[in-house]
Design a protein around this ligand. Sequence first.
Ligand code: A3P
Length: 295
Amino acid sequence: IKHPLYKYEGFWFHQGFWFHSEASFSVEVVMALQEEFVAQPTNVFLATYPKSGTTWLKALAFAIANRTMCKGSNPTHPLLTTNPHYCVPFIETEPFLTNPCYNNDLLATHLPYTLLPKSVISSNCRIVYVCRNPKDVFISFWHFVNKLLSDDMSPEMKLEDAFELFSKGVSPNGSCWDHVIGYRKASIERPDKVLFLSYEEMKKDPKSEVKKLATFLGYPFEEGDGEIEEIIKLCSFKKLREVSKANKDGHKAIPNDAFFRKGEVGDSVNYLTPEMIEVLDKITLEKFNGLDISF
Ligand code: A3P
């Protein structure tokens, strides 16, 4: 295994420098952030398990918080030239924090709730979490890893091997189910602090979910001025992928197009065997029991 994982406080992480020599999303960074990161009360953290819709959430939140720029499909809008990952930095990728980032208090993280920096829990900052059906997360993740491996000239990861690890919770940032549970419980206990959304609801009824997001971020929409529709269009899979294809600079270490594959609900049925579906559905049913999470 080229990049082994290590368990820390119940969740799995890479160690040290792992990907393109970047010390990001590693256990050392998690520990340093826990102790040293100082959250501001005005911060809003966009939290996700990888492949759950992070890029989409970043684009939507950024577009909402900077929405005077969206008027009349402004051709200079940053989302028309830049990958959303440049607009909202991950706290785990320290170099991004030195970017001015349009100064709008938005930050992103893949950290599990229980491993967030202490100041995020204790301060008045807020968190938006997007969850996604673990079956689709898994298939999206498997494609993503294989895209990175093929760019790195490394052999492909077999679906069966990836499945064994994922279903046991051995993935970067730990078990997908435990990740969701941490934020879901926090959203039930502190709804004013944590907004819990799902990829599936966002696909089904984007207008209602974007409205919810805007209100939570403190930028509620007026009815009927077409602004929500403009933001949904600007942040659509089709539009963001088009921009990412035209922009060759790429995310720091990951090619732009790796973040846009199909953008659909339920694509996992095209890859998983009936037995794999049964295993993942069973885990989901047991783990999410009583938490009012449905896909
Ligand atoms: P698929 O691999 O199923 O297509 P993340 O942003 O957390 O890395 O998640 C990536 C997943 O979100 C990919 O799923 C990607 O295609 C999808 N995605 C990216 N942008 C999207 C958008 N604007 N709308 C819907 N899905 C999007």
